[in-house]
Design a protein around this ligand. Structure first.
Ligand code: FMN
Length: 158
């Protein structure tokens, strides 16, 4: 079974965590990208309300074939206490039934627990199983964030 890591990243912190996890777990990385590039104002005044309402944004095509794939990591920055809208778009497309899912988030301060609770309920309702979750604080040095992600990923090394 192949480990797959889906992630969305706006300022590259979640990407850093995803790459560190991917290195340790030997996983395939599948980046989620929005079709429209956001500027900071749009992230704040468009992305935050959308995140709060669990709305999806428009994303570029991403491989959602999970045949022979498990576990599935899913990662996002926290926006207004929730997952970024691009992640909601992925979850609307993907079938996580019978999959073991690991959620990971990066954030500066707080609010990540809401996101974990909401996504766990959503994925459970789809028949998936959230087996683990982690929040990485992104205000640390690059090496520290990488180390934290690598240490977490060791649990899922095959
Ligand atoms: C639009 C927006 C909203 C954010 N909201 C929160 C928040 O509610 N709580 C928090 O701790 N950090 C918040 N942040 C900070 C990001 O979650 C944090 O910097 C994250 O690590 C960025 O990940 P990325 O580089 O992968 O985009 C927000 C950042 C942006 C751009």
């Amino acid at each position: 079974m192949k480990t797959v890591i889906y992630y969305y990243s706006y300022t590259q912190k979640t990407k850093l965590a995803a790459e560190a996890l991917g290195k340790v777990c030997g996983a395939e990385l599948r980046e989620i990208q929005e079709t429209k590039k956001r500027n900071k104002l749009n992230a704040l005044f468009g992305g935050c309300p959308a995140g709060l309402r669990h709305q999806a944004s428009s994303i570029k095509p991403v491989d959602v074939n999970l045949k022979n794939c498990d576990p599935i990591f899913i990662g996002s920055p926290i926006w207004a206490g929730n997952a970024a809208p691009a992640l909601n778009a992925l979850l609307a497309q993907i079938n996580l039934k019978d999959k073991n899912v690991i959620l990971f988030f990066t954030m500066r301060g707080g609010g990540g627990k809401n996101a974990i609770q909401y996504l766990t309920e959503l994925i459970t309702a789809q028949g998936g199983k959230v087996i683990d979750s982690v929040i990485f604080r992104s205000m640390v040095k690059t090496e520290e964030l990488t180390k934290q992600a690598e240490d977490f990923g060791k649990k899922y090394k095959k």
